[in-house]
Ligand binder design. Structure first.
Ligand SMILES: Cc1ncc(COP(=O)(O)O)c(C=O)c1O
Length: 406
């Protein structure tokens, strides 16, 4: 029987976008809200809880004092575009044109969305490795792309070449790559990139490569941008940003590097989505990208220490850990740990119950593995932790894990 309430729901449904109905709120960001509610140690969302570099903050203050307070050029302030050109050349050996190949956006999140909206047509497919950074699912829905998922298999998160080749076809518009990878910490090797290149060339597809963790590398691994692989310069869109490298996730400054024609389309979408990223923070970005190599060496060394610390804490607590080669997350398997009876539920996957138990009773927030998979059952025994946190935060998590019983 229809009640006033169901009528309202019915009307609301018709009034709302079918696209928006297809995905849920971000699980990662929800976990941060739960961490606050339960006063838990937050090892869920990937934002540093320590200060950003002094000189970058000073540059932002100075930019506001200097009255850089109005719209920047929609595709980005010239000093920041020039700094990106110099840094990309210094780190990857590629020369790009600041006038025709860069779009500064509101974070790499917007750079990814604008890029996808700029290239996707109805019927287009995108290939996505899973587990994947959760934004790529809604990005696909909002841009109208149909995702084809290809598994990365633990412990080394390798892909099966046949499975990857089978995911490509005449409708493939792009593959989404994320190296160094969130959530797995995988860093794609040159051989893997070349295999992907061959498929992109064969099927005339783009590679959109999210390289936001490019400087957070361990064990001598090297970050190679797909744009540097022979034959890929003209079909690669590089997504990057300030958030992770300079510990300023709240500044919302990111960018897309793409060939001129593609950039033209990205710039149009970007302009009408957001007009532009915060002008004074773009100005400070120019200074950030000019920091010396020692800054990046220190960043990687600091995170290597934090990685070792959290690996040990999690192993001692009973998790099976997958050692990351890059980025600042640790994927774990929870199958050696027992879940109290009251958290066993048939209405949610085990990882979600486990994450609830951990945040509510143990006092540590993590991200349920299912949020990184298309089929939530695939992540049912996994949860992800981040170590971009102060030593005291990691120590607090260690103390709380003492109450977790293997
Ligand atoms: C792989 C990946 N891409 C993009 C982002 C978001 O970046 P931004 O802050 O530049 O929007 C994140 C944040 O966690 C991420 O892990």
């Amino acid at each position: 029987m229809s009640t006033p309430e169901t009528n309202i729901t019915h009307i609301a449904r018709r009034m709302l976008s079918a696209k928006a109905e297809q995905f849920t709120e971000s699980v990662i960001r929800e976990m941060t809200r739960l961490a606050l509610k339960h006063n838990a140690v937050n090892l869920s969302q990937g934002f540093p809880d320590f200060a950003a570099p002094l000189e970058i903050k000073e540059a932002a203050r100075q930019a506001i004092s200097d009255d850089i307070n109005q719209y920047a050029i929609t595709w980005g302030a010239k000093p920041l575009r020039d700094a990106i050109v110099q840094k990309f050349h210094r780190t990857q050996g590629l020369t790009i044109d600041p006038e025709r190949e860069i779009t500064i956006c509101c974070g790499s999140t917007e750079a990814m969305m604008s890029s996808m909206m700029a290239i996707i047509n109805p019927g287009d497919e995108i290939v996505v490795f899973e587990p994947f950074y959760e934004n790529y699912g809604p990005d696909a829905i909002l841009s109208g792309a149909t995702p084809r998922f290809v598994k990365l298999q633990p412990p080394d998160w390798t892909y099966d070449e046949k499975e990857l080749a089978a995911a490509f076809g005449p409708h493939t518009k792009a593959i989404i790559l994320n190296t160094p990878n969130n959530p797995t910490g995988k860093v794609f090797t040159r051989a893997e990139l070349e295999f992907i290149r061959d498929l992109c060339v064969r099927w005339n597809a783009f590679c959109i490569t999210d390289e936001i963790y490019e400087h957070i590398l361990y064990d001598g691994t090297e970050h190679i941008t797909m744009a540097r692989i022979d034959g890929m310069r003209d079909r690669t869109i590089v997504i990057n940003g300030m958030s992770k490298t300079y510990s300023v996730t709240g500044w919302r400054v990111g960018w897309a590097i793409a060939p001129p024609e593609t950039t033209q389309a990205i710039r149009k979408v970007h302009d009408f989505l957001t007009v532009g990223a915060a002008a004074p923070l773009q100005q400070a970005g120019a200074l950030a990208l000019s920091l010396p190599q020692t800054y990046y060496d220190n960043l990687a060394a600091t995170y290597a220490t934090k990685r070792a610390r959290l690996l040990k804490i999690l192993e001692q607590a009973g998790f099976i850990v997958y050692k990351p080669r890059g980025a600042y997350y640790i994927m774990t398997d929870t199958s050696r740990l027992t879940l109290p009876q009251k958290y066993r539920s048939s209405s949610e996957t085990a990882d979600v119950s486990f994450a609830r138990y951990l945040v509510e009773e143990i006092g540590v927030a993590c991200v349920p593995g299912s949020s990184f998979y298309n089929d939530s059952r695939d992540g049912a025994s996994q949860v992800r932790f981040t170590f971009c946190k102060k030593e005291e935060t990691l120590a607090a998590a260690e103390a709380r894990f003492a109450h977790l019983h293997p």
